[in-house]
Design a protein around this ligand. Structure first.
Ligand code: 4AD
Ligand code: MG
Length: 431
């Protein structure tokens, strides 16, 4: 089977393509068919004289998004955005779509498009976004494979929370007494993984019952968690920097066409170079206040704060050492400032904000027990996690990225809802 993406090497040959008619027009005895096959788009030009009458009649009865089989001779065409065109020699319908394809050329609102998401995915922008997403996933796997990390699959049904109890999806588990929670992050399990395998990463859907309708929040999103034994705070940030550089480089190399479709200015992406900016939380607060934010000394950064800060720099920003009380129980404290965590967020430039959260983990049993108590968590469900500190505890660190946040940043999208095939948000569970 031939794909549109590969026709460049077939100039002068007659080929067959299978796909969908995303648009067409005719003028007298010429018919212009815009064909897409998933791999790309191409125009097929039919002249009535060159076509069997039955094929011409089928063409004339064509409707948007019908599935078709075409044959034609490939020629170079500099006016075409993809550089090629087909001189059509035959045409057949696989299935003729009805006349009422819901997505037309007129502007549609986001709610309408999200209701028609199963069809909206076919449009060129959505196609481009999913292809960039695919590159980001593959670059992530490539980076970890080349750096000694083992893919370790963490569970989705869990007995406890990882990131705090306010955003947990809860469900009955076989009987009325038992509850299961949908995972918010695979991190805690990954910590067990590295004590067996040294360095691990997971990649899968996670769930947050966030009652916030922001442009950055989904109820279901894809997270990559990475964890490494014998790596401390500094080393942890180095891995994050290398991973993000690798992702951006691969997208620039592999998705130039998609980024053009998205009208993404690639200059800011080219400026994503090492070293990333580094600010302590304290420095960030100082800068934010100078910029007019009313952020408190010991507060977490709000979305607006992140946006403001990233507009000051061209490179991604590490913000380190947050006040311990705004972060999770498992984070190790900074020995030189014990009321601060040895953690970092990574903010993407151009206003996009947090894409990664990470930290060194508390590896001392007694200290961790005290943290669990301070956070008013019950010890019992964490006994297995505490075992990791009882049997051969080592310094270790890790981080997690939100795939949709990275896709949104790299594609230059205002809202994360377009970055995932079927977004789940507070007010949306369909289709
Ligand atoms: O910062 P978070 O909550 O960190 C953790 O869950 C750690 N356990 C990760 C780890 O250390 N292994 O989430 C990590 C990332 C955030 O930086 C953000 O990019 C993304 O996940 N994220 C969301 N993305 C979309 N919708 C949401 N509701 C998100 N919440 C977090
Ligand atoms: Mg975070």
């Amino acid at each position: 089977m031939t794909f549109i993406s590969a026709i460049g090497s077939r100039v002068g040959e007659e080929i067959e393509l299978k796909g969908w008619a995303y648009n067409f027009r005719s003028s007298g005895k010429i018919f212009f068919l815009q064909l897409r096959d998933g791999s790309g788009r191409v125009q097929v030009v039919y002249a009535q004289d060159a076509l069997a009458p039955a094929h011409w009649d089928a063409l004339r009865s064509l409707r948007i998004e019908s599935s078709v089989i075409v044959r034609g001779t490939v020629k170079k065409d500099d006016r075409s955005p993809t550089g090629f065109e087909l001189d059509g020699t035959s045409f057949a319908l696989i299935q003729r779509a009805p006349e009422d394809y819901p997505i037309g050329k007129k502007e549609h609102g986001p709610d309408f498009l999200l209701d028609e998401r199963h069809l909206w995915l076919r449009s060129e922008r959505q196609w481009a976004i999913q292809r960039v997403r695919n590159t980001i996933i593959n670059a992530t796997f490539a980076y970890f494979n080349e750096n000694g990390f083992i893919k370790f699959d963490t569970p989705i049904l869990t007995p406890t929370s990882c990131e705090g109890t306010t955003e947990l999806f809860e469900m009955p588990y076989f009987d009325e007494e038992q509850k299961a929670y949908l995972a918010q992050s695979g991190q805690l399990y990954l910590e067990a993984g590295i004590m067996a395998l040294g360095r691990c990463f997971d990649f899968g859907p996670v769930f947050r019952a966030e009652k916030s309708k922001t442009r950055r929040h989904l109820a279901e999103f894809w997270m990559m968690d990475a964890e490494a034994a014998f790596v401390e705070h500094e080393g942890n940030m180095h891995i994050q920097e290398e991973l993000i550089l690798r992702i951006v480089k691969e997208v620039l190399e592999k998705n130039a066409y998609e980024l053009r479709v998205l009208e993404r200015d690639v200059e800011p992406l080219k400026k994503v170079q090492a070293p990333f900016v580094r600010l302590t939380h304290q420095e960030a607060v100082r800068q934010l206040r100078a910029l007019g934010s009313d952020i408190g000394e010991r507060s977490d950064l709000g979305a607006d704060d992140e946006t403001m800060l990233t507009e000051q720099y061209e490179r991604p920003i590490f913000i380190e050492k947050y006040p311990a009380e705004v972060k999770a129980f498992y984070m190790k404290r900074d020995p030189s400032e014990p009321d601060r965590a040895l953690n970092n967020d990574l903010l993407a430039p151009e206003g996009f904000g947090e894409i990664i959260g990470g930290s060194q983990r508390e590896d001392h049993l007694e200290t961790l027990l005290a943290r669990i108590d301070e956070h008013r968590l019950s010890r019992e469900p964490f006994e297995w996690y505490l075992d990791l500190r009882r049997y051969g505890s080592v310094p270790h660190s890790g981080f997690g990225y939100g795939l949709e946040r990275i896709v949104g940043w790299i594609c230059g999208l205002h809202h994360v809802r377009e970055t995932i095939p079927f977004p789940r948000m507070m007010n949306r569970l369909k289709p």
